[in-house]
Structures are given as structure tokens and as C-alpha cells.
Design a protein around this ligand. Sequence first.
Ligand SMILES: [Zn+2]
Ligand SMILES: [Zn+2]
Length: 299
Amino acid sequence: MSSRQLPRSLDPLPQESLAGFLLRISYRLGLSPSRIASLCELATPRRACSYSSLRSLPQHSVTHVAHTLRLTADEVNGLTLRGFADTYPALGRLRVGEKRVGTGATHNWAVLPSSRYCPDCLLGDGSPVQNALGGPWSTLWHLPVVFACIRHGRLLEHLCPSCGQLINGSSGEKQEIVKNPSMIGIHPVACRNRVPVLGPLRSLGKRHRSVPCGSLLDRSRNGIEASRSSAELKMLMDLQRRLLDHLHGRQQEKADNPLTRSNDLPGFDRRDPSCPTDVATGGGPPAFIAPGWLHRSPR
Ligand SMILES: [Zn+2]
Ligand SMILES: [Zn+2]
């Protein structure tokens, strides 16, 4: 086991993701997320912290991370999606890191590398620690079936309102759980995308051609739900509540698995005039439901 241990740490916030925790602890200690990941022995020669860490960590990594960050093993596992393996079996089918036709199978539809976000959750709950470092980035925001925040009654955002890019998303071959992990001093709820510099600085060389966006996402008031009617929003919140109940195991699984039949899509009643046409006519689920969710194999 690594003998390195951070001088101080933080308590994980409810449902906080490993990426979110790395952002908060690195900001608090004045280090980069990649440095923290390296101390936790999560780094590889090519990546600071692989995107596969969102799903789960092998036991030896759990031990190292727990020791370095002064957490318990349960707290470390709680930073990943491991606890949802039973209610979201697609997690177990990810072929992360496997070679496939000569290239790494780094991700599939089951987990999004980029995080969606609720600005109100990122604003925090008013406690001193959340006032200073922001609210939690939720593990669930990486699942395609989580598209709304029930607590705040709003749809999740997925783009930075300032630079218009995906949030904390990896790009190309770089499948990291934190965007630009070597950057230091970016607030945990700020956009880490790089944006091009225009003007005289650009002539100084390649290093000066882009700077961190830095836009605070807890101030984002894009209002993605503004284009939805109140009836649509209510229906979406009801659907999200039922999906979350299922993910948290609060819903008894029917023997014939209702999620495999569009007739029984949670939150939809075909006789309801507000039901989306594609569901009402038996044409399948609405577009915002990831197709794979509806094709689970019986367990
Ligand atoms: Zn929220
Ligand atoms: Zn941005």
C-alpha cells in the first residue's frame, strides 16, 4: 500500500461521484486532480484517472484510495456506480479497457463520460463546506436514464452556458473522469473546458491560444425545461421518479420485467392525452429514453 496520505480530506457528499470528490479535494489542497489521482495510484502513463473508474474500482484501488484520501472502503465505493450494479445490469456489461478490433473498448451507452448537472444542486445546501466548494456532482448524472433532478424539479443541463461544450467530458481518446485534470485552481463547480483566446495574446505561442472557461455552473440559468410545458415537465418528473425508485431498489421487480415492454413504461398511461404519441401508438419509447434501457435481459 502507498504510504502517502493526504494531510487532510473531506467527507463525501450524498451521491457524490469520484470525479466530483477529486475536484473538491484538489481545489481545497491547491493541487491538480491529476496529482491527487496519482497519489491514489489511479493514474496510468496515458491517463490521470480513467473514465472506467466511474463504474467501479478494483479492490486494491479501493484500498489505496481509501488510505490516501482518509476515507473508508464503503465511502470510496460510494463514489462510484458500483452500488447500482444489481438494478442497472448494463454496468456489468461494460467492456471497459478490453481490446476490440484493435482498439480499446472504452465506453458504451450505459455510462456517459460527460456529466450532466443540476445548477441548484451544485449551488449547495448552504452549509459552510458547500458554500466554499459547491454541492455534489452526482454519480447518477452519468447515467443516460437520469435526465432530471427531482429535488429541484428541473431537467439536467449538459452544456456549459458560456462555452457551449460538454461538462467534464473526455474528448477523443482521452477518456478521463475530469476534464483537463492537470489544471490547478479551478473551482469544483466551474467549467474546465478550454476556450480559444482571441487578440494579441494569441501571437505569443501555442500555450496562450486557449484558457480555462471557468464559468460557474451553479449560476447557470439556461432553463432547458423552459421549452417544455408544465404538463410535459410533470410527466417527465414522474417518469424520472419511477426510474430512480427502480435504480435505488425501491420498486419491486415484476417477474416479467416491465421495463422490457413499452406498454408499461413507467410514468406513461396510453389513455392519457398528454402521453407522447410514439408511446401511445405503440411506436416505442420517446427519444429521451436511452434505447438500451428497454432491452434488458431477464436477470
Ligand atoms: Zn438539483
Ligand atoms: Zn465553459
